[in-house]
Design a protein around this ligand. Structure first.
Ligand SMILES: C[S@@+](CC[C@H](N)C(=O)[O-])C[C@H]1O[C@@H](n2cnc3c(N)ncnc32)[C@H](O)[C@@H]1O
Length: 247
């Protein structure tokens, strides 16, 4: 996958050169480019922002540097890229969206700053996406989070030792509790079933724990989750024993 990020603070993407996303680049699975669109400013002071027409506080990003920068980015003629504008008024980012974006060949992120953008910049974009109902100082942190969430889903990125299928949200449920060595840490013991070696019991315990956590913390996820007969029975049991659900 190719990812291009337009920002006036390209040094803010340092985290994307570390850890799993950094390794994805070394393995050739991700081709990441950051573009400082201030380099496209045509005025002497290299300003990329100006005051809003009609008055009001703050400065807005001007269209020209962003349009010119976009025109310099190679794009596949057969599969046009998804062009994502980071915007608190956009569609809320979630795992489903990350999975959908991971199918693309190229993603372009445009990061706003200051009070936001000139509205005409939106003619360049296919998607307006928000990280959540809060306001950040710029789109850089939001783009970093989205790139991380998408790249770990690309085939080959997590390798054989890790998987994203069981992660919270991937299955539609929150993930069950996990334990590693030692069996007893300061009197806190690992649930016996996990050391039983009985695969079927472990599977059932994990499913029940996932359902329990989801019911307690994110019951809204269960409204769209397609339960099978086994899950329905477990949920019924959990609802009858509400003390199990309260965390
Ligand atoms: C200070 S914010 C501008 C907020 C804008 N005045 C508004 O009320 O919607 C500057 C930039 O940060 C980015 N940003 C802020 N909050 C965001 C969020 N929740 N999700 C995605 N991007 C965000 C956007 O690129 C935005 O243009």
């Amino acid at each position: 996958m190719r990812i291009d990020i337009l920002s006036i603070f390209p040094e803010m993407f340092a985290p994307l050169h570390q850890s799993i996303v950094g390794k994805a680049q070394q393995k050739g699975l991700l081709d990441l480019h950051t573009h400082d669109f201030r380099e496209n400013a045509t005025n002497k002071q290299r300003h990329v922002d100006d005051m809003p027409y009609g008055g009001g506080q703050g400065m807005l990003l001007m269209p020209q540097p962003i349009f010119d920068c976009m025109e310099q980015i190679p794009q596949s003629p057969t599969k046009p890229p998804r062009v994502i504008l980071l915007d608190p008024a956009g569609k809320r980012f979630d795992q489903k969206m990350a999975e959908e974006l991971a199918q693309e060949e190229q993603l372009i992120f445009i990061c706003g700053h200051y009070e936001g953008y000139d509205e005409r910049i939106k003619t360049l974009v296919t998607d307006e996406i928000s990280l959540g109902d809060f306001v950040l100082t710029g789109g850089e942190v939001a783009a970093t989070v989205m790139v991380d969430a998408v790249v770990r889903l690309l085939p080959g990125v997590l390798g054989k030792a890790a998987s994203h299928e069981d992660d919270s949200f991937s299955s539609g449920l929150l993930e069950y509790p996990q334990y590693t060595r030692p069996e007893d840490f300061r009197g806190m013991k690992v649930p016996e079933v996990l050391m039983s070696g009985h695969h079927e019991n472990i599977r059932k315990w994990r499913l029940n724990e996932s359902l329990k956590k989801t019911l307690a913390r994110r019951p809204d996820l269960l409204e769209t989750y397609q339960t099978n007969a086994e899950e329905e029975k477990m949920l019924q049991g959990l609802r009858e024993n509400t003390q199990d659900v309260v965390e």
